[in-house]
Design a protein around this ligand. Structure first.
Ligand code: FE2
Length: 331
């Protein structure tokens, strides 16, 4: 067989370029770009974000998913979800740069096929009933409202709703990061739904609300009326989860940070203030806080939030930076 030959290379005659446009044309022929005439600089003095703060209401997602339960076949149950794509032009996936949040519903009596993938995943349960499980590596892990469940990189997971009611939760994945870096792998389990004979309510993959909520209420205050409790170990290497308890009327100002965050509301209602926008949230809602956005959390009632953030990843890379509140330079 004849070996494939690359075409004979003919170098452009750079010495003959009479002007910069001519030089640019020659550079095209050798697939190079000039660095001095770039319309946007590649390096800049502080973070620039493609994404914006955004808010999604569970009320809307619930109604849409309930309808999707009629329209989307049960065989697609594992994909009957709604993606909270950050509302900037040309984006149909990430919620913040590294993470995606999605609402999912599995109907009573339905199963969602098992699969595994390289993205790490985590879920927080919004509505459930006895008999709703995530099957993680062959073990049934109960899903009760407020529970947080992990399915790390490479672990088999599927869902089985053995109750008679719809179950709703939010999935968080680092899939945008995996897409960016490239190491995406996904496969279905050979048995469709992985067989599981054992229920483990104390699985290390589960942070039961009934277990962590009392610990949260006894945790140290990070601000007046605001308590925080990191849920772990185990840890995911790319993103973590912190339960927050806000007393009615509490207000917590958070500085600009390089960390990307998504808040979800487990209990209560309140609002998030940003420069130029304000979101009123209630149970089940999601709020995206892309990096470098100062914001304030204000609760109108006793509230429990779950903060999901890529801080472990940025910390590993020594890229966590915060700008002290009120320290912004005047324009
Ligand atoms: Fe998955």
């Amino acid at each position: 067989m004849k070996a494939l030959m690359t075409p004979r290379h003919k170098a452009p005659a750079f010495q003959t370029a009479a002007s910069l446009p001519e030089l640019y044309e020659m550079l095209e022929q050798v697939q190079m770009k000039n660095g001095w005439n770039k319309p946007t600089p590649s390096l800049y003095p502080e973070p620039r974000q493609r994404f914006i703060p955004a808010h999604w209401r569970f009320k809307d997602a619930r109604a849409a998913l309930h309808k999707a339960g009629d329209l989307v076949d049960s065989k697609w149950a594992e994909r009957r979800n709604l993606i909270m794509a950050n509302p900037v032009p040309d984006n149909d996936y990430p919620t913040v740069a590294t993470l995606v949040g999605a609402y999912q519903m599995v109907k009573g009596g339905e199963t969602a096929r098992s699969h595994r993938h390289t993205p790490n995943a985590m879920r927080v349960v919004l509505e459930s009933a006895p008999g709703v499980y995530t099957i993680v590596d062959g073990v049934k892990v109960p899903m009760e409202p407020g529970d947080v469940l992990l399915t790390p990189n490479g672990s088999w997971h599927g869902h089985s709703n053995e109750s008679t009611v719809e179950s709703y939760w939010i999935d968080f994945l680092d899939a945008p990061l995996v897409q960016l870096l490239g190491p995406m792998f996904f496969e279905h389990h050979p048995d469709a739904l992985e067989r599981a004979d054992r229920v483990d309510a104390a699985s290390p993959m589960r942070f039961a609300f009934s277990e962590y909520h009392p610990r949260l209420l006894a945790a140290a205050e990070v601000s007046s009326g605001v308590r925080a409790l990191k849920l772990g170990p185990p840890e995911l290497q790319t993103f973590d989860r912190t339960a927050l308890s806000l007393r009615a009327g509490a207000s917590w100002a958070r500085p600009r940070s390089t960390v990307n965050r998504i808040y979800s509301v487990i209990q209560g209602h309140g609002r998030s203030d940003f420069a130029g926008s304000q979101f009123q949230w209630s149970r089940g809602d999601m709020v995206a806080v892309p990096s470098w956005h100062e914001h304030k959390l204000i609760s109108d009632s006793e509230a429990v939030l779950l903060e999901v953030s890529d801080e472990p990843l940025l910390r590993m890379l020594d890229w966590v930076r915060e700008q002290p509140l009120h320290a912004k330079e005047s324009p």
